[in-house]
Design a protein. Sequence first.
Length: 155
Amino acid sequence: GGDNPVARSNVCPEIDPPAEPSFHAFSFVRTADAAEDAAPSFVVAGSGEAPEGRDSYGGHAIAPGDCSPEGLREKARWVLGEMERRMGALGFTWADTTGVQLYTVHDVHPFLGAEIVRRGAARHGLTWHFNRPPLVSLDYEMDCRGVARERVVPA
């Protein structure tokens, strides 16, 4: 069908990175059985500040190389819009999220309230990972999810 079973965020920790590539976490969403009384759940894959499906991310990045407060604001607006587009395609909005993650090593405080909080993207908080997107040409990435139940498995 139209379900996409692959939602991921590939990021690179800036401080104390793992010795080798690894998984930190994963999400699994399945269709509920008819007998279950579960709220609808979704996971939206991470997106950096460049449209997918082009010949290169770097060549189409929003405000390429601009990590000024205004450049980062432009990147954030684009990524937030992409998250909204992806959630909308599944029939969800920020109001349905239970977790929103931000991945950047840059200062988001100049636009945190006006762009992220005001849009509703932090209604249950915002988890800011001091990580870089996997491409040198990208500076800002987000993902989100809305789940009825979340389990944390001990390491």
